[in-house]
Design a protein around this ligand. Sequence first.
Ligand code: SAM
Length: 386
Amino acid sequence: MNTEFTLFDRQLTLIRYPAKHQHKSLQAWDSADELLIEHLLTEQSVPVGQPWIIMNDDFGSLGTFFAEQQPVWVSDSTIARLSLSENLQANACNAISAIDCLTALPAAPALVLIKIPRTLALLEHQLIQLRSVVMPDTRIIAAAKIKSVTRGVLDLFEKYLGPTNTSLAKKKSRLIFCSPDPVRLSREMASPYPTVWQCKLPTGNSVSVSNHANVFSRQSLDIGARLLLEHMSVANHDHVVDLGCGNGVLGLNALTLAPQSSVTFVDESYMAIESARDNVAANFPHQLAQCQFVASNCLEALLNRSDRPTVTKVFCNPPFHQQNTITDHIAWQMFHDAYELLNKGGHLIVVANRHLDYYPKLKRLFGGVTTLANDRKFVIYSAAKR
Ligand code: SAM
């Protein structure tokens, strides 16, 4: 990983968390970060002594660069927050206030910097949140790679906040400038989030599934998850982990199959964790006490606990990208962590696209691996810890 970042006579060492798993071609910042920094320093417009906000800073590079000016740093990602924390420490910077995307924003910010997120629904949620705190003189500047500055993105800024224009492209990136318009801000606008739908489980039970804006497969059941739901078996004595839980549909199914099982929902997205919690509370209020909700990079947070749970089954529909990068390092860390966390005799059950071919690596790690089911697109492996 390239870690040496130099701009305007500042030199920082910046990593993507977890540093040890990153490909050497990757780095913690992109040209949109550089463009934002150059713009703010050239215009000398970083606020001092007034609240200001940085949103969706993937690996904490903006937060670290501007740490002295104490922004409020907002992100839905545990990994982004862990990256920020390591980068602040490595560069001897003071801590800054880091909040998730469901926490209230500071009132009357002088400046808001937004990195355009991969999920437009998250951007829409954030623009709606900003409506209640920005002032007509709040400066809103967003940045992204050119291909992400679409008409749809600009329309969201115009719809919720006010007139919006863009800079010329530089280093394959572009800035977006938006001026809050008091007339537009005074219009009533309801948020479309969370999105709620009904899911019929293979047991015949129907559950309502609520999804905050940044949750995977927010509008319907993922087809890989659908196949896995049909082949899950859970007993009342099981302690289940729904790893990369999203809205928690796999854990909800576990509670339907075995009402006395314990379920730990784990995801790196705070919105996913809150959606899973809402879904257990709405569908299984009496089982809420049997459930835990843990924001974590893979299973790190559970493995680091002194009172590790005794886990018998881990169900996982793993991700295959981190932010905009296609990668399998997260799936591998999930499998390794599951192996470490599982009880002897416990099982990791994984659904994956057939072409990903996880079988050989699971076999090397666990020894015993069987194929539980497959269809044209997906396969389910069950790996037993011996
Ligand atoms: N289990 C849900 C389902 O089947 O619909 C979601 C599966 S989705 C393919 C993968 C999930 O893994 C996403 O919710 C994503 O936020 C989460 N995820 C991605 N990277 C992660 C990481 N490093 N640690 C924990 N969860 C992660």
